[in-house]
Design a protein. Structure first.
Length: 217
């Protein structure tokens, strides 16, 4: 039997990780669009953006336009899939700007891989999490801890995931996050004690993203 050959780190595709700090959603959205255009032209390679937003509720393509939200948090309509969700302080938001090629040109697989990244991040903290059939996102028991929504332009994927770390869960009240009751939402600090240096878990998220998608670190 021939030995199994594994790609060395030098043979793996490279991933650029950029950290924007706290951003307004509209500014981050515009910057994402610039990165998508650069990835389409080949000016940049695959890129993972990590950020944290000022409070905003984004309305995905499947959000019912029933006008029932009466809160004070700004609303923004976006082109990603899914329904409405909240972004705000204490939440790690990841925007992979990646070209889906070959066997990865499968949106269902891409979403499952993004979920796997978050599941591994949580496992590093001792938190057991998983998926729910028919629902996109990551769950801890019966409570949702991470939302996902993506868009694709000529097979360059953008938008991404939002992991509640220390997020104020009251911000989910007043609308139905991802079409669900606000009571199902949870956050990392309800399930694990974070070290003072953990921040929003950007380092571990970047590491696990590279591992799941096969990039060099």
């Amino acid at each position: 039997m021939e030995p199994v050959r594994r790609a060395t780190d030098a043979q793996k595709p490279r991933l650029t990780v950029v950290r924007w700090g706290r951003t307004s959603y509209l500014d981050a959205h515009a910057r994402q669009q610039e990165l998508v255009a650069q990835r389409l032209s080949g000016a940049i390679g695959d890129t993972l953006v990590l950020t944290e937003h000022e409070p905003v509720i984004t309305l995905g393509r499947k959000t019912p336009r029933d006008g029932t939200y009466a809160g004070s948090i700004p609303l923004v309509e976006v082109e990603r899939g899914g329904e409405a969700t909240y972004h705000g302080p204490g939440q790690l938001v990841g925007y992979p700007i990646v070209l889906l090629e070959g066997e990865r040109r499968d949106l269902h697989r891409y979403l499952r891989d993004l979920e796997e990244v978050v599941i591994r991040v949580l496992a590093s903290l001792g938190i057991a999490s998983g998926r729910k059939p028919g629902l996109t996102g990551v769950w801890v028991g019966e409570r949702k801890i991470c939302s996902l929504g993506v868009a694709v332009r000529r097979w360059v994927a953008w938008h991404g995931f939002a992991l509640n770390v220390t997020t104020d869960l009251d911000a989910f009240r007043g609308f139905k996050p991802c079409g669900l009751s606000a009571d199902v939402m949870t956050r990392v600090v309800e399930h694990a004690e974070l070290a003072p240096t953990a921040g929003l878990l950007e380092d571990v998220a970047a590491r696990e993203f590279a591992e799941v998608f096969g990039y060099s670190r």
